[in-house]
Design a protein around this ligand. Sequence first.
Ligand code: FAD
Length: 316
Amino acid sequence: MKVIDHINKAKGTLFSFEILPPLKGKSIQSIYDGIDPLMEFKPPFINVTYHREEYVYKRREKGYLEKMSIRKRPGTVGICAAIMNKYDVDAVPHIICGGFSKEETENALIDLQFLGIDNLLALRGDPIKTEANFLPHPEGHEYAVDLIGQIMDMNSGSFLHEEMMAGATDFCVGCAGYPEKHFESMNLKTDLKYLKDKVDKGAEYIVTQMFYDNQKYFAFVDACREAGINVPIIPGLKPISTLRHITFLPKFFHIDLPEELADELQKCKSNDDVRQVGIEWGIKQAKELVKANVPSLHFYTMGKSESVKKIASAIF
Ligand code: FAD
């Protein structure tokens, strides 16, 4: 079933989450170990993030450097199929522009359709570590809106190689939104203009970047409505759980931690202290969001379900 149908038929706020494929060499069991504790909250869908290759330089004879591509995590197709089979919930693979030609994207989508996966979260992807700015594949897409365009073409039966296809796809597509603005965007208004383009192109719902100040989410939803973006906006939540997160999350995701939370975090001496603060903050945030009747509380688990389970237990 499609994410948009889950949202439309829900009587209240849903619980959903995203997982990170494990590092190469681990088995599917490591994914199940992260999902099992959360199944009691009946997620109708589970997202699976995609991580593109990275480049490293290896020193060879005579001082030459060889550029090598390394993939640290497996792709999403097999993981999504395994999740759907084991749990009978819908899997939502993240599809990115970065590193893919249009042809490769089409092939990946055909594999997903073949497996009965009809949900996608369409993203651009971040620049890889060796690039200062995002560089699209020469035969690929520069922005998420272009990727959504390709998916919509496939949904209307238009493929790169039409003679290969028996029929149209039928994907429900979500896209990303940023309550605190995307870090490359000149300002929130410009960012919203491009967000509207994604929705106008065919994205049926938005999942937000994580935030810790609900007022920013509420203001973002109001700004979206004013800009004519009328699809459901799912809030993304990530419980802070380590001392490292305190500096890593603002730096990596370009988000602020509100003063009240920062004050509590500054008192923490250990990861356990941070985890406790993160759970309490998460419960407070989640309660207010549920009261505002948001479509789903969507948790970024990043492979760790402990804190999410504690927050969900207090809510559902
Ligand atoms: P876009 O919508 O393409 O926007 C990128 C930037 O370009 C923005 O600043 C936007 O304002 C601007 N822009 C858009 N269109 C135009 C245009 N036509 N002309 C000029 N400027 C334009 N990354 C991964 O690699 N894998 C994942 O699994 C993943 N999952 C994510 C899930 C969520 C919910 C979120 C919020 C992010 C996720 N990301 C993931 C990160 C995401 O790929 C990055 O934030 C990326 O930098 C932007 O992706 P986007 O789809 O929002 O890009």
